[in-house]
Design a protein around this ligand. Structure first.
Ligand SMILES: Cc1cc2nc3c(=O)[nH]c(=O)nc-3n(C[C@H](O)[C@H](O)[C@H](O)COP(=O)(O)OP(=O)(O)OC[C@H]3O[C@@H](n4cnc5c(N)ncnc54)[C@H](O)[C@@H]3O)c2cc1C
Length: 391
């Protein structure tokens, strides 16, 4: 594992950090550079580390992946270079778990090979994304086809993707958690309109977009149903659990990078007759950040370990998701403050990191919902007379 981690670190140092500014331009040259770096990473066996070898990846479980992400997550482009980017990583996992042989051949194989990208289309502008029992997009069976109609947004990466996984109501009269199904939809199917929605002033390009997607009379074969009919929520839970912890693992990398920049700057910069490192406020920020980062690391490693042991780790995942999302914003924010005006420019990665970090408190479930999940489960355990064991 340490060898693997060192290999990812070396690749990041040799090929990703030096190209960070070029990649951030998101123009044609950047797209060509991404393709070149992906080919190089694949050739070196640094590829799809979230998936096991039987699914075409190089993964060795969640715990090992957590450590790799302390390297990969340090730069936003790392995940794309090593083909473990959201939302493709989560989509690949559910295709591996629930896909038929035919679906694996048509959708999973090109995804793992890096020949296509995908999106996950669940959230809708008109109803609460935090409570997706209210979803309105429908998929109606017509002979051997599904006919999909509806309006989604925040379908990340939908621009220029090859296919999407759409969560739609197939059984409106069933109980709320059995109303929806997940359906594989090739992006070139007639009736799909994709429009990127700028987020925090950033339109993005291709993978980095968050898109409004309209589905009007979109017809796909009935066999594109992923998993069983009515199992949309069950699959979403399987997808979002690991997906959430993948985000947190990358945030560990982001926080550590911000922390290093903060400490380095504090030692270099002088004001009022001493370095910033000698001001107690700055020392407090460094100490608080070290505590935040280590707490997030240990919570993440604990959840990853439990998942590897076959536990769903629902409490552990929700706990670290809301705790780390806040810590991420705060650590980056302190690092920016230590850099003064420089921290707001694009001469350090901090400003872009900070803007992206804000979304972490909302996507894959807002903080408040994760707190609700944690407290509900703990209170239920107390109500059942078991109490809560920290283990
Ligand atoms: C950068 C980014 C990328 C995303 N990518 C995708 C994607 O690829 N695919 C996809 O389908 N979706 C995606 N999303 C959507 C995301 O999952 C939703 O935004 C999220 O689930 C919240 O839904 P909502 O925006 O409708 O907020 P709402 O459901 O309207 O909630 C608004 C606020 O209400 C509060 N709230 C809600 N419930 C409770 C509660 N029980 N207790 C207390 N307060 C509560 C919270 O503060 C919450 O932020 C993305 C979002 C972002 C920001």
């Amino acid at each position: 594992m340490e060898d693997q981690r060192a290999a990812y670190r070396a690749f990041m140092e040799a090929h990703v950090y030096p190209n960070e500014a070029s990649l951030a331009r998101e123009d044609d040259d950047a797209a060509a550079l991404v393709a070149d770096l992906r080919a190089r990473a694949k050739a070196e066996g640094l590829w799809a580390p979230h998936l096991p070898p039987e699914a075409g990846g190089t993964g060795e479980g969640f715990l090992a992946y957590a450590h790799l992400n302390e390297e990969i997550g340090r730069c936003v482009w790392g995940q794309l270079v090593f083909n473990c980017q959201a939302p493709d990583a989560g989509n690949g996992e559910i295709l591996h778990m629930f896909g038929t042989d035919d679906q694996k051949e048509r959708f999973l194989a090109p995804l793992v090979a890096g020949d296509t990208r995908s999106f996950f289309s669940m959230t809708e502008p008109e109803v609460s994304g935090a409570d997706p029992t209210g979803l309105r997009t429908t998929a109606t069976q017509d002979g051997d086809e599904w006919v999909i109609d509806g309006h989604k947004w925040f379908s990340s990466g939908a621009e220029d993707a090859g296919f999407g996984i759409v969560m739609a109501v197939t059984d409106p009269d069933a109980e709320p958690h059995s109303r929806t199904s997940q359906i594989l939809v090739p992006a070139d199917t007639p009736g799909i309109e994709v429009e990127p929605v700028p987020v925090m002033g950033h339109r993005g390009r291709g993978w980095s977009t968050h898109c409004d997607v309209r589905y009007t009379n979109v017809r796909v074969p009935f066999s594109n149903l992923l998993g069983g009919r009515g199992s949309g929520f069950r699959i979403a839970q399987k997808r979002l659990g690991p997906g959430r912890i993948h985000h947190v693992m990358r945030w560990l990398g982001q926080m550590q990078r911000a922390f290093e920049l903060m400490c380095t700057r504090a030692l270099e910069r002088e004001a009022f007759g001493s370095t910033l490192a000698e001001k107690q406020t700055v020392q407090n920020w460094i100490a608080d950040s070290a505590a935040d980062i280590q707490a997030c690391r240990l919570l993440t490693l604990d959840a990853a370990h439990k998942i590897d042991e076959g536990d769903e780790a629902r409490v552990e995942i929700s706990l670290v998701k809301f705790f780390a999302a806040r810590a991420l914003s705060e650590v980056i924010d302190r690092a920016i403050q230590v850099h003064g005006g420089l921290g707001l420019t694009d001469r350090t990665p901090l400003a872009a990191m900070w803007a992206m970090a804000r979304g972490g408190r909302i996507y894959d479930g807002p903080d408040e919902v994760h707190r609700m999940v944690v407290s509900r489960r703990i209170l239920r355990a107390f109500a059942d007379g078991e109490g809560w064991q920290f283990s």
